[in-house]
Design a protein around this ligand. Sequence first.
Ligand SMILES: Cc1cc2nc3c(=O)[nH]c(=O)nc-3n(C[C@H](O)[C@H](O)[C@H](O)COP(=O)(O)O)c2cc1C
Length: 171
Amino acid sequence: MPFSILEAQDFNESPFSLLERGMLLTVRDGARINTMTVGWGGLGRIWGKNAVYATVRPERHSFSLLEKADSFSFSALPPGREMDDLISYLGRVSGRDEDKIQKSGLTLAFEEGVPYFEEADTVFICRTMAVPRLREEDFLPGMRIMEDWYDGGLHHVFIGEILKILKAGSK
Ligand SMILES: Cc1cc2nc3c(=O)[nH]c(=O)nc-3n(C[C@H](O)[C@H](O)[C@H](O)COP(=O)(O)O)c2cc1C
């Protein structure tokens, strides 16, 4: 599928719907490439830039790659049952245990050295700007965030400047 460049102002899909379904965070550290499903994140503005933020727990295999890389892609797959199944698979199985990309049948492509998938509908190519980590002491009392959400590591927030938005098909 050929991609065209989309201006951020022309992106008109709901980030809430995309993230509720799950988006793919794809990262490369040298020869190691991995992808995982992310549902907690957002699209917005910070430090004068258009940005993506993706929250990743330290126990994810992707985390070890993200720590070394200085870029990542954040992609929405086109609607459909087959793609929903892939989102679920990539969010259930770890790249530590299986070559998920090979098993998924998705086709790797690269933009500015950043991996993404030919089958994607929209791809945000991002340069990591900052990685704040959530801390228990930052949660307001009574919100039950620790109790309801954490039995493992607290998420780190990968904030990436959007360098390019690729949109499948012609404009
Ligand atoms: C719909 C959905 C959303 C998810 N959102 C997140 C998320 O925002 N952050 C996170 O750390 N894990 C999230 N996960 C879990 C990871 O995708 C999952 O643990 C995955 O296997 C990690 O892959 P990896 O170990 O290859 O990096 C989500 C899973 C699903 C199915």
